[in-house]
Design a protein around this ligand. Structure first.
Ligand code: SF4
Length: 441
């Protein structure tokens, strides 16, 4: 039995929360660099570079957020349970069991699309055409409840809920969060449907955070998403926090908006609204837009990384970029850390890879993950820089071979168009997950 008992999880969380309250009082008056310098000497912590530094900043800024909101020790214990005890301790134990029982590496999280329907039509959407061509939800609440239970058995105590606009099914999300109260749900939303009723119902569960898409200052955001949508998005953050929930800002990053997104004015505005972190999702050309000019160049990516580090040193907020983080962690995490279940119940290695190797309608998630496509993806090694590259970039050949052998099929009307990206000249220009960027330090 992998799962921590309710009593154990609560007891461990309370003990950690007590310690955190003390630490948070200690770090209150000192900048992150000073705190980190003091603890960097502890053997084995490796806080100087990469992942260790990332995690340390995240931890300290989380404490600062707790401090700023004046959360009680009871609140902190609850957050500790949701953000640490289940996704780290319970998850690791479940992954070990999955290795023995199923011969699988297990999962750290699951990406779930309850729907691809959406109330907006954004130019940079990774799902631009599918949303408006296939609006039929085929994942019932019962199926999602079953699959989440199976995902936990494999280690996935975190679920990223994407779409489409997932809040179109907000009542189902409330039920899911209630049934799986030990799972932390991050719901990626454009914020338009966050009324007081929705915010209060989701925040009351205690295990749902909202990741609101804010693509930059009002003029930039409204240009892509429609007039007035910026205000509604930032109001959604504020409203959710006012109802006691945790919220983050989650823009799509392009070469056009990355500087504005990381400007002092924008980051400060997000902190003021109550966001505890920013999650930057990089635009990739999988939505059919073919806007290569929106992809960040390797130089822009390096500049972005330096700017994120400056923000971590100076401001009480953590910024996570999926590309920078993945590069720091050795590259593509698809299948190693997560898989995507789309609105049809098909299992894709990643939400940016519109090819499936199995379905969860006729088998358990563990059985689905034994499909050949997922073994092929796991078998891909790192390149000369020590980085495992993207499945719709340098490693697209693995997907194409799986399709040729009948082990995978395209899940959108445009899946097969991606094979044009195998062109080396185009690949050389693709600096995000498709990148040839050297390892970041
Ligand atoms: S590198 Fe590509 S396949 Fe891997 S997680 Fe990123 S977008 Fe998905």
């Amino acid at each position: 039995m992998n799962r921590l008992s309710t009593w154990t999880a609560a007891t461990v969380s309370k003990a950690i929360a007590k310690g955190l309250m003390k630490v948070s009082a200690l770090v209150r008056k000192q900048p992150n660099d000073v705190v980190l310098a003091k603890i960097a000497a502890i053997p084995g912590l490796e806080l100087e570079h990469g992942r260790g530094r990332d995690s340390a900043h995240f931890f300290l800024n989380f404490l600062r957020h707790v401090e700023r909101r004046g959360l009680s020790e009871r609140d902190v214990a609850k957050r500790t349970e949701q953000y640490l005890v289940h996704p780290v301790i319970a998850s690791e134990s479940a992954r070990q069991t999955a290795r023995v029982r199923h011969g699988l590496t297990g999962l750290r999280s699951l990406i779930l699309s309850p729907t691809v329907r959406c109330n907006l039509r954004c130019e940079h959407c990774y799902n631009l055409y599918e949303i408006h061509e296939d609006g039929h939800d085929r994942l019932s609440l019962e199926t999602m409840e079953r699959v989440l239970g199976e995902a936990k058995e494999l280690g996935a105590y975190r679920v990223s809920v994407i779409g489409g606009e997932p809040l179109l099914r907000w009542r189902d999300l409330v039920s899911l969060a209630e049934t799986h109260s030990d799972v932390l749900f991050t719901v990626f939303t454009n914020g338009l449907l966050v009324t007081d009723e929705v915010a209060s119902a989701l925040a009351a569960r205690g295990n749902v955070e909202l990741a609101v898409s804010v693509d930059g200052p009002a003029a930039l955001h409204d240009r892509w998403r429609g007039a007035g949508t910026y205000l509604r998005a930032v109001n959604a953050i504020e409203r959710y926090v006012a109802h006691g929930g945790m919220a983050l800002f989650a823009p799509t990053v392009t070469a056009e908006n990355y500087e504005a997104l990381l400007s002092d004015a924008f980051v400060d505005a997000m902190i003021e609204r109550g966001a505890y972190m920013g999650y930057l999702h990089h635009y990739d050309m999988v939505g059919g837009q073919e806007r290569a000019d929106w992809l960040l160049s390797p130089e822009q990516l390096q500049r972005m990384q330096r700017r994120i580090e400056e923000i971590h040193r100076a401001k009480p907020v953590s910024i996570l970029s999926n590309v920078v983080s993945d590069l720091l962690r050795g590259g593509c995490p698809a299948v190693r850390d997560f898989v995507h279940i789309n609105h049809k119940g098909e299992v894709e290695p990643c939400c940016m890879v519109p090819f499936a190797g199995a379905s969860i309608h006729d088998q358990s998630l563990a059985a689905a993950l034994k499909a050949p496509l997922f073994s092929d993806v796991c078998a891909i090694g790192p390149d000369a820089h020590g980085i495992k590259r993207c499945l719709v970039g340098e490693n697209l050949v693995t997907i194409r071979r799986a399709v040729d052998r009948g082990n995978a099929h395209g899940t959108t009307t445009r899946s097969h168009a991606l094979f044009a990206h195998e062109d080396p000249a185009l690949l050389a220009k693709l600096p995000t997950c498709f990148s040839s960027t050297p390892a970041l330090q």
